[in-house]
Design a protein around this ligand. Structure first.
Ligand code: CTP
Ligand code: MG
Length: 182
């Protein structure tokens, strides 16, 4: 197959456990703000868009999708695994929890620069969860990370993630699960 298409497929495959948490959190929603309504200066610490329920459901969904990919699909589809047992569990946790952590840090920064919940912050909104996932992988699953993410995969992720993010958020907006289409 076309090597560019191949690279894009592997990039999406490897990042899927990090792509799932955000839309899952938006889909299932939540009530309890992680910052418990606390302010830092004039703005909320994180805002009402970051809830405990969303955090737990988002991480769980990303992790479970990764389990299914790893155990049932990778061999069949001839796509990379997430590491050997039991290490793939660490990898999947880094991807899913890292994505939610990056999303939280993104909101923390958005609130600090005075942006309200849902206000767009181009590139931050689209890539904060990638940065979070890669940070945890670099810290706790470095060997798998450096072996799996070659430079072309990294570039593919940076280019396609914003496009996928805009597309899923637009769908989320259309089905009434997102308040804004970004
Ligand atoms: N969500 C949640 N808990 C999280 C993350 C997301 O409940 N930890 C839900 C919220 O309902 C949120 C939606 O998913 O509104 C979409 O997430 P996101 O776009 O990250 O939040 P925004 O509302 O746009 O807020 P922010 O400006 O902080 O990004
Ligand atoms: Mg947002």
């Amino acid at each position: 197959m076309n090597p560019i298409i191949d690279t894009i497929i592997v990039a999406i495959w490897l990042m899927l456990p990090a792509y799932i948490p955000n839309p899952s959190a938006a889909f299932f929603g939540g009530k309890t703000p992680i910052d418990r309504g606390i302010y830092w200066g004039k703005s909320r610490l994180l805002g009402d868009g970051k809830t405990y329920e969303g955090l737990v459901k988002g991480i769980s969904c990303g992790f479970l999708v990764g389990i299914v990919q790893h155990l049932f699909l990778s061999e069949y589809l001839n796509l990379p695994s997430f590491g050997i047992f039991p290490f793939f569990l660490v990898t999947l946790f880094c991807l899913s929890a890292g994505a939610m952590l990056g999303d939280l840090l993104g909101s923390l920064i958005k609130r600090r620069v005075g942006l309200k919940r849902g206000a767009p912050f181009p590139l931050m909104d689209q890539l904060d969860f990638v940065a979070g996932a890669w940070l945890l992988l670099f810290l706790f699953a470095r060997e798998w990370f450096t072996e799996s993410f070659s430079l072309d995969i990294i570039l593919a992720v940076i280019i396609i993630t914003p496009l996928l993010h805009l597309l899923t958020n637009y769908i989320g907006f259309k089905i009434g699960k997102k308040q804004v289409p970004w």
